[in-house]
Design a protein around this ligand. Structure first.
Ligand code: HEM
Length: 123
């Protein structure tokens, strides 16, 4: 039993923190950044993800007008982040789950949640 607890703690402690570069390049751009989706000049909703330097501010400082000004990302609080709620299809979201119709798969979602939990840092 003690060995199991020890391995769990060591396992957790050694997990590399998720960086913005990782979550941007492995999740946001490939899963959201299509030109007909969030990658176009005006994005969709209030969210533009076009692979540029501006993406960080658009994601972390952006709010949803249609959802009463909810912040897309609340650093340190993935459950309170509207972007996570949209990707899980939580009760109370406005319009569709994201990506539309399917939601975000468990592994990329875990990356997004890990990054937000660690403070949604840029570096
Ligand atoms: C994991 C990838 C994606 C994320 C994180 C994401 C995130 C979001 C968020 C947070 C909103 C709400 C914007 C607001 O209320 O201002 C939204 C809206 C929207 N997104 Fe996405 N999205 C993703 C992928 C996509 C894709 C692939 C498409 C196109 C096929 C798309 C099309 C839309 C549309 C049309 C809206 C406005 C209507 C609605 O809220 O359902 N998104 N998305």
């Amino acid at each position: 039993m003690r060995a199991v607890v020890f391995l769990a703690v060591v396992g957790c402690a050694s997990a590399e923190p998720v960086t913005y570069a990782q979550v941007h390049d492995e999740v946001f751009v490939p899963s959201c950044g299509f030109s007909s989706c969030h990658g176009g000049a005006n994005g969709q909703g209030n969210l533009v993800i076009d692979g540029s330097e501006e993406d960080y501010a658009a994601i972390v400082d952006g709010v949803s007008d249609v959802a009463g000004g909810l912040a897309f990302v609340v650093p340190g609080d993935p459950d309170g982040s509207y972007l996570v709620q949209k990707c899980r299809g939580d009760d109370g979201i406005v319009d569709d789950i994201m990506p539309p119709g399917v939601g975000l798969e468990a592994e990329p979602l875990a990356l997004v949640i890990g990054w937000i939990e660690a403070g949604a840092l840029r570096e």
